[in-house]
Every structure is written in structure tokens, then in C-alpha cells.
Design a protein. Structure first.
Length: 499
């Protein structure tokens, strides 16, 4: 391919050189011809004048003298009388020659000037250059055949062509060198374009100089870089979508699974009761209680799922306002006291500064805190300790006023703790450290996912630290001031961002 480009370039250059050569030839031969003709006319005029002077001394011009002059001047010599009659001619018999009065050069000479013409000779039959000068006998005309002029010009032309061609040789070598460098550059650019076409976006062209080809190479490099970036982005999006799809499938499987257990239990006990156990006073109430517990579980599951999807689809309407942090904490402890007392657990309040406020939906914060307290109660053995509190977080970058400030709510317990490897996934839906144990305690694994989504809906985040066998600390942050989340994002299309 490079060879083809090279050949084309060389052929083009050669063509240009040949045309230039032709132009030089045409121009040079024209100039040479007219130059030579002028010189010839001047020479013939000089000769003519000399001969005319000579003839002046001789009373009558003899044919011999004319012949001599003709031989000496290497031209045809004609002597014409004022009436146009040819008196003497060096190459023809004057008796047989027509009257020359109408010849323009003769007319000029008879008028006392020098006349010159190029014309076919009526007498000899070839083209001649005629020069006529006045002389005592009338007009003296000298003529040389044009063929001689042509021969001289051709000679000059040949020499000119040869030297021009010689001068073009180095030009051609330089052009060939340039053509080779251009074709090599083009070759590498074409090769690179081929790589791009085949999807190899990582390849890059080397430095190609500052000319148009260099700019083209640079643009192609930019194109390659852009394509590489876009491809990487698409790949990442693709992976993200795949991950989402996996999460969605897991979610459906999880929900079905969570529904099946209580439903199977309800079905089983109902059938047992219908099969006669309803009349068994030892068991009938127990069975009905189990049915009720499972129905309760289904209700809880349904309401948890509903809460989660409402937050996610942003159809949940939050009522944002400023609240005292300590008030929120006390409300929550009051709500959970019956549960904690059943296990003889002590909930201790670690209050925030008295005037500490947050901008939130109080029901949402209440639910998040109860979910954390519920876990603490569930996963802390009897007689354990639970601490609930809040603390204003220092602004992210020192004293800067524009940064949103947050308050951290936390629940700490002296419970069973969580293995480190489970911590990263703890806030995913349905994720439980010990599935059997959690289910036994009536958990579905949605509590922490709800806490996370509630916190995020406020612009906050969740965190957890835990030590196996010693206890855990769960926390979430809520902003102190209005972050403008209220009017943000109206309900959009249902999207599945489950995690
Ligand atoms: N304070 C804690 N101490 C130890 N483990 C905990 C604690 N809180 C949560 N966990 C672990 O995290 C898992 C997920 O908690 P999450 O609240 O999401 O679900 P759950 O309590 O099992 O069910 P529910 O949906 O009823 O809250 C729990 O199953 C438990 O294994
Ligand atoms: Mg829970």
C-alpha cells in the first residue's frame, strides 16, 4: 500500500517535471528563435550596407561582384532597380525573374529604409529571411534560408534541454525522498486507522511532526483515546447493569423464599386444625397462635418491602422540619422500653448538647432508630447494656461555612457482635449473619436496608463497627440544616437499585 502511494507521488512529481521541461523548451526555443532572427537581420543589414557602399564605388554592379559578395556573406544577394526590375541575382537568372516592386522589403529599401521579411521565395521555393537596404542602384537584398535559422535554434534547444534535465535530477532526488517520507507517514496512519476499525483502541500513533499529516495523526490519536474512554465507560455501565440484574433476581428469589416459609406454616396448621385438631383442646389455641404469628410476619414483611420501595421510588412523602435531637432519642427509648424490659436489658441515653437540632422527617428518624434498637435488643443477651445517643459531627473541612453539617445518631450494644467479613454486606436487603437465628427471632433482614435508605433520603449515611462477642455500634447521619432535598427529584420511573 505504501509502495502504491509512493509510486503515485513519484509519478505525479515526474509528470510535473516533464510539463515544466516542455514549458521551458517551448519558451526557450521561442526566445532563441526571435533572438537569433534579430541578430541575423542586424548582421545582414550590416553586410548589406557594406556591400551597398562597395557598389557605390563601382559604377555598374557586375554579376561577378554580386556572386562574390554572395559567397562571402553566405547568402543570396539580389540587386533591384528603383522600378522593381531585378538587375542581378546570385542564384537565378534576373531575366526570368518577375518584377520585385511589390516585395515589402524592397519597397522599404527603395523608400530609403531597411526592410526585412520572412516569406516563401517565389523563385527558389523555400522560406527565406529577406533583408533589403537602399543602394545607389536602387535596393540591395540579402536572403538566407530559414532552414538555417531552424537548425541553429534546434541546436540551442538541445543544449538547453540537456542542461535543464540535468538541473531537474537533484530536484527529482529530493522529491523522491520527500515522497518516501510522506508515503511512510501515510502508511503508518492507514495502519493505525485499520487498528481503530478493528476495535483496538489502545494503540497510539507516534509523533508525526507538525504538518497536516502530523495534525491528522494527532486527531486520530485523540479519536482513539475518546473511543477507548467511551468503550471503558460502556463496559462499566454494562457491568453495572449486569450487577443490577443479578441483584434483582436475588431479590425476587429472596422475597419468594421469605413468603414461602410463613405461608407453608399457615397452610400446614390450618390443614391440621381442619383435619380434626380444632377439637383438640390441648393444641388448638397453640396452633392458632402459630398461624397468627406467621400472618403477623407476612404483614411485617409486606410493610417493610413497601417502605423500602416507597423510599427508593421516591414516592414516600417526607415531612421535613427542625427537631431537637434529644426529643427524638427519648421518644424512641419510650417506644422500645416494653421490648427491652422483657429481656431485662438496660437502655441508656447519651444525650446530645441540649440545643442540638436536625432537619428531618421525625417519623423516618424514629423508624431508623427503632430498627437499630430492635436489633440491639434482639442480638444482645439478657442483662446486657444498650446505649443510644447522638453527637454533632465536626464540619468536613474545618470551619468552612458552606459545608453541610451533620448529627450522628448511634446505637451501641454489648451483644453478640458481627464477624468482620459480614460487615460490608450488612445493609443489603435480606442479608443476615445467621439466617436461622434471625428468622427464629422474627427477622427478615430488611431492617438495616430500611435504615440505610432513610438516612440516604436525608442526605446522610450509615456506618457500623463491631467486635465479635463484644458488641456492635450502628450509626447514621442526619443534616442539621435544610439541604433542599424536599423539592428534589419528583417520582421517576420505577428503577431497581436494590442493595
Ligand atoms: N446489634 C446487632 N448485633 C449483632 N448482629 C446484628 C445487629 N444488628 C444487626 N445484626 C445482624 O445484621 C442482620 C441484618 O439486620 P436487619 O435488621 O437488617 O435484619 P433482621 O434484624 O434480621 O430482620 P428485620 O428485618 O426484622 O430487622 C441481622 O440478621 C443480624 O445478623
Ligand atoms: Mg432488624
Amino acid at each position: 500500500l505504501t509502495a502504491r502511494i509512493f509510486l503515485k507521488l513519484i509519478a505525479g512529481i515526474l509528470g510535473v517535471l516533464i510539463v515544466a521541461l516542455g514549458a521551458v523548451d517551448v519558451l526557450a526555443s521561442r526566445v532563441a528563435e526571435s533572438n537569433y532572427r534579430e541578430t541575423l537581420i542586424r548582421e545582414l543589414t550590416e553586410k548589406g550596407r557594406t556591400v551597398a557602399a562597395l557598389l557605390d564605388q563601382e559604377a555598374v554592379a557586375s554579376s561577378d561582384t554580386v556572386q562574390q559578395v554572395a559567397r562571402a556573406s553566405n547568402s543570396r544577394v539580389t540587386l533591384v532597380a528603383p522600378n522593381g526590375q531585378v538587375l542581378v541575382d546570385s542564384e537565378a537568372n534576373p531575366a526570368r525573374m518577375e518584377n520585385h516592386a511589390n516585395r515589402p522589403e524592397i519597397q522599404q529599401a527603395l523608400a530609403g529604409k531597411v526592410g526585412s521579411t520572412i516569406r516563401q521565395s517565389g523563385t527558389v521555393g523555400t522560406s527565406f529571411l529577406y533583408v533589403a537596404v537602399p543602394c545607389p542602384q536602387g535596393a540591395l537584398r540579402l536572403a538566407v534560408p530559414l532552414a538555417e535559422v531552424h537548425a541553429r535554434v534546434n541546436d540551442i534547444r538541445k543544449r538547453m534541454l540537456a542542461s535543464t534535465a540535468l538541473a531537474f535530477l537533484p530536484a527529482f532526488v529530493v522529491a523522491a525522498f520527500l515522497a518516501r517520507s510522506v508515503s511512510a507517514k501515510l502508511g503508518s496512519i492507514i495502519e493505525y486507522a485499520g487498528k481503530l476499525a478493528q476495535g483496538d483502541f489502545r494503540a497510539r500513533l507516534g509523533q508525526q511532526g507538525l504538518d497536516e499529516l502530523g495534525v491528522l495523526a494527532q486527531k486520530l490519536n485523540e479519536t482513539g483515546a475518546n473511543l477507548e474512554r467511551i468503550m471503558a465507560e460502556l463496559q462499566r455501565e454494562h457491568q453495572e447493569l449486569e450487577k443490577l440484574e443479578r441483584v434483582r433476581k436475588d431479590f425476587v428469589i429472596n422475597v419468594s423464599h421469605e413468603l414461602r416459609t410463613p405461608l407453608a406454616s399457615i397452610q400446614g396448621y390450618t390443614e391440621t386444625l381442619l383435619g380434626g385438631a380444632i377439637h383438640d383442646p390441648d393444641n388448638n389455641i397453640r396452633f392458632l397462635n402459630i398461624i397468627r404469628q406467621n400472618a403477623e410476619r407476612l404483614t411485617n414483611l409486606a410493610s417493610d418491602l413497601l417502605t423500602l420501595s416507597r423510599i427508593e421510588l421516591k414516592t414516600q412523602k417526607f415531612q421535613f422540619a427542625s427537631y431537637y435531637v434529644n426529643g427524638l432519642l427519648v421518644d424512641c427509648i419510650d417506644a422500645m422500653r416494653p421490648l427491652s424490659e422483657r429481656k431485662n436489658l438496660h437502655i441508656e441515653l447519651e444525650p446530645a448538647p441540649e440545643d442540638c437540632e436536625v432537619f428531618c422527617d421525625s417519623k423516618a428518624v424514629h423508624q431508623a432508630l427503632t430498627n437499630l434498637l430492635d436489633n440491639a435488643i434482639k442480638y444482645t443477651p439478657e442483662n446486657g447494656h444498650i446505649f443510644i445517643g447522638a453527637r454533632p459531627l465536626p464540619a468536613a473541612n474545618g470551619a468552612a461555612g458552606a459545608e453541610p453539617r451533620f448529627v450522628e445518631f448511634y446505637v451501641r450494644d454489648t451483644g453478640i457482635g458481627i464477624p468482620a467479613e459480614d460487615l460490608p454486606r450488612l445493609f443489603e436487603r435480606f442479608y443476615r449473619v445467621d439466617k436461622a437465628r434471625s428468622r427464629e427471632l422474627g427477622g427478615t433482614g430488611l431492617g438495616l436496608a430500611i435504615v440505610k435508605h432513610l438516612a440516604r433520603a436525608h442526605g446522610g449515611e450509615v456506618s457500623v463497627t463491631s467486635e465479635l462477642g463484644k458488641g456492635s455500634r450502628f450509626a447514621f447521619t442526619i443534616p442539621v440544616n435544610d439541604l433542599g432535598l424536599m423539592e428534589a427529584t419528583p417520582p421517576v420511573q420505577a428503577e431497581l437499585t436494590i442493595s
